[in-house]
Write a protein that binds this ligand. Structure first.
Ligand code: OOG
Ligand code: MG
Length: 252
């Protein structure tokens, strides 16, 4: 069952065609959902994609409420998902993409145990403003917790701005999502589990639990501080994080 469900989701992503929620037909536990995610990512690796890091999801109340899912989740990022800052994002690769503003950490020293908040920064080289592009493989962007975990937490794209010092105080920075020059969502770094460093700590805990290595050079996305917004071709979309900088994409 794990392999066949992983294939359904992987094909949906590759062909940009939405599928029914898996949990409409199957009873799936959270553990099985992570096994489906792992199997679908193995298919990407087999095609030559490379692991580049992890993303945390539902680390803010705004996101949990928007999607009706109330548990932290994590997914895997590959090189095929990475876009260039100020580059183009082709709509045709996606089903119904949404953008959300985030903060990304760059790992300096491999994370192989559950970090404490105190030791977290010693593992990080730098941090940056980021945009995540999420694209649920499910019809109408609707899912249960198990569905979204199996679907690699809707991961489909990311773009990272210029790297800044780990000493930047992340406790209270304004985060904006800007579309065509207009601010469409506003949040604060404190909306991400109180502080994005907490998201990194949780990421280390979950990676250990699911035996996912985090080598040096990995990206860790802390999760969105605001609800995500649907994208349309012709839009310029930008994430702006106070003191850290901005990052943008042109949707084509
Ligand atoms: C799931 C992914 C959630 C975040 O930052 O909270 C996420 C989704 O909303 O489709 O990436
Ligand atoms: Mg996200």
């Amino acid at each position: 069952m794990i392999q066949s469900l992983a294939t359904i989701l992987d094909d949906a992503a590759r062909n940009a065609i939405a599928v029914d929620q898996l949990t409409k037909q199957h009873q799936i536990t959270e553990q099985q959902a992570y096994a489906i995610q792992a199997a679908s990512i193995e298919r990407r690796y087999a095609r030559g994609e490379k692991f580049i890091g992890l993303k945390m999801g539902f680390t803010s109340r705004a996101k949990m409420e928007q999607m009706g899912v109330h548990d932290m989740i994590w997914g895997r990022l590959t090189d095929q998902m990475l876009y260039e800052n100020e580059g183009q994002l082709p709509m045709k690769r996606f089903i119904h993409p949404r953008a959300e503003p985030e903060i990304c950490f760059l790992v300096k020293k491999a994370i192989d145990h559950e970090l404490t908040l105190e030791e977290a920064s010693a593992h990080i080289e730098s941090l940056a403003a980021a945009l995540e592009i999420i694209d649920s493989r499910y019809q109408n962007f609707k899912f249960s917790l198990e569905d979204v975990i199996a679907d690699n937490c809707s991961s489909s794209g990311l773009v990272v701005g210029s790297w800044q010092s780990v000493d930047t105080d992340l406790s209270r920075l304004r985060i904006d999502l800007v579309v065509n020059g207009e601010t469409v969502q506003t949040g604060s770094s404190s909306d991400i589990l109180g502080n994005p460093w907490e998201s990194l700590v949780n990421c280390s805990r979950l990676a250990v639990k699911y035996q996912q290595p985090i080598p040096a050079g990995s990206y860790i996305m802390a999760g969105a501080a605001t609800p995500a917004v649907y994208l349309k071709s012709g839009q310029a979309v930008k994430a702006v994080v106070e003191q850290i900088g901005e990052v943008s994409l042109q949707v084509i």
